[in-house]
Design a protein around this ligand. Structure first.
Ligand code: NGQ
Ligand code: ZN
Length: 450
């Protein structure tokens, strides 16, 4: 049993002064006023942030899709570059890339990651000798770095709303429904305190209605997180309207019992009714502001969604940035640029944008991950981050402006120490195994160099 205290601890309602807590078997067992015999770990302590959307392999192509290939470059031309890159990655490369990514996530203050995993088979489309090889590579990467993982094996069957076959480059993503459920059952057996297995349906483009119903009725999703990419691009909304006579979110709400188990990733293009529908369902809007900006997706209607009391969380998705601070900053900045106003994301309980966004993303992120994390309270997994109170940016900052300063005041990483499940994984800003993992990453990139 270990006992700790800090000067200030972030609780859902705000900062609590002089809190102390005890940790046993990787969980918080008691939270109370601090006493002198507890070990002081810092001035500002926050719950770790869940990252609700990741395609780990894409970390290694960050920066390789920023040259114009066509005057009308778009999400769809980026996707071709991404497919070509994905074709070079096998289990060893995936583990090396994911481990490096998870080190970067932990150093940035993410303590749980939802891996939306669809790179299942060999590049020629045939399963690996062990059909779970790529899933196991991600699980291994999470274990060696210590980050909590919600693995979301992803169902991917068709190349579009018209039900067309997968293209050559997409073949390695595909499963029959039975093979998919088999993979799921096998991975479920590996669940523990830092591994949760949920499900993902890649998108309405990639999962036909009958397969969607078969998975939802399989008995394997009763309490599990369910993630889906939805309404990210206008082209997708138009195709859905043309073939199903409904918009993607409208169709999903009418055809599936969407509730708090669900995370709708991107959900960028929404009508007023769809905004209300998602908010009322309790589903999490999975927002990935830096990737959505990078891919030219459009802007999520944040003010309207918050007014409807919708639940949101953040993800780093393609990993052109790995920083909860930058995701939250751009979530707010997109709205400011569009509305020509300031301080959009506030709530009844706080007029601070930093507090509102950090608090909302903790709550929604934990819901999306399907794990008791992101809160310093008895029963929750003992994940936390300690900020660097010696950093000049935080000099003379009182609690009132602390989270606004953390989110908006610059690019120096203010995360000093990070604990997951009671174990320190980052000390003085560096992951404890950063050097070895970076060397293995560099070697893997050399093997797949273009
Ligand atoms: C993905 N990524 O699955 O990696 C997708 C692109 C698609 C984002 N949507 C591929 N950001 O949606 O078809
Ligand atoms: Zn995605």
């Amino acid at each position: 049993m270990s006992s700790y205290r800090s000067d200030y601890t972030w609780q859902p309602h705000g900062w609590e002064a002089e809190a102390g807590w005890r940790i046993e078997d990787g969980r918080f067992v008691a939270i109370a006023e601090a006493t002198a015999d507890e070990h002081r770990i810092g001035r500002w302590v926050l719950p770790g942030m869940p990252n609700l959307h990741s395609h780990a392999f894409q970390r290694a192509m960050a920066g390789l899709a920023e040259r114009q290939t066509h005057p009308e470059d778009s999400f769809w031309t980026w996707r071709e570059t991404m497919y070509a890159f994905a074709g070079r990655i096998g289990p060893d490369e995936l583990q090396a890339i994911a481990a490096q990514l998870y080190v970067e996530m932990l150093e940035a203050g993410y303590t749980q990651v939802c891996e939306f995993h669809y790179l299942h088979h060999q590049p020629n489309g045939r399963p690996y000798a062990d059909p779970a090889a790529m899933s196991l590579a991600l699980i291994e990467a999470a274990r060696e770095t210590g980050i909590g993982l919600t693995l979301l094996p992803t169902l991917y069957q068709t190349g579009g709303f018209d039900g067309r076959e997968l293209s050559e480059r997409q073949r390695r993503f595909g499963h029959t429904t039975d093979a998919y459920l088999e993979l799921l059952q096998r991975l479920r057996k590996l669940e523990d305190a830092t591994l949760r297995v949920g499900i993902a349906l890649h998108s309405l483009r990639a999962v036909p209605p009958d397969a969607l119903q078969a998975v939802l009725n399989s008995g394997l999703v009763e309490n599990a997180p369910i993630h889906i990419h939805i309404a990210e691009q206008l082209g997708e909304v138009q195709d859905c309207l043309a073939l199903r006579n409904a918009r993607p979110v409208e169709w999903l709400l009418a055809n599936a019992a969407v509730d708090a188990r669900w995370t709708l990733v991107h959900a960028t293009h929404l009508t007023a009714e769809e905004i209300q529908g998602i908010a009322a369902s309790g589903a999490v809007a999975g927002l990935c502001p830096t990737t959505e900006a990078n891919l030219g997706d459009g802007l999520f209607p944040l003010a309207e969604f918050l007014a409807a009391e919708g639940v949101l969380g953040i993800g780093s998705d393609s990993h052109i940035s790995v920083s909860p601070v930058e995701e939250l900053r751009w979530l707010e900045y997109g709205q400011r640029l569009k509305s020509c106003h300031r301080n959009i994301a506030v709530s009844e309980s706080s007029s601070s944008v930093g507090e509102t966004l950090w608090g909302d993303a903790l709550f929604g992120g934990a819901r999306a991950a399907g794990v008791a994390v992101a809160a310093i309270e008895a029963g929750a997994r003992a994940d936390l981050i300690v900020l660097d109170d010696k950093a000049p940016q935080l000099a003379e900052r009182a609690a009132t402006h602390l989270l606004d300063t953390f989110v908006f005041s610059g690019n120096r990483n203010l995360v000093r120490d990070v604990m997951v499940a009671g174990r320190w994984r980052v000390r003085d800003g560096r992951h404890v195994d950063a050097a070895g993992i970076a060397a293995r990453y560099a070697a893997a990139l050399q093997r797949i160099a273009v």
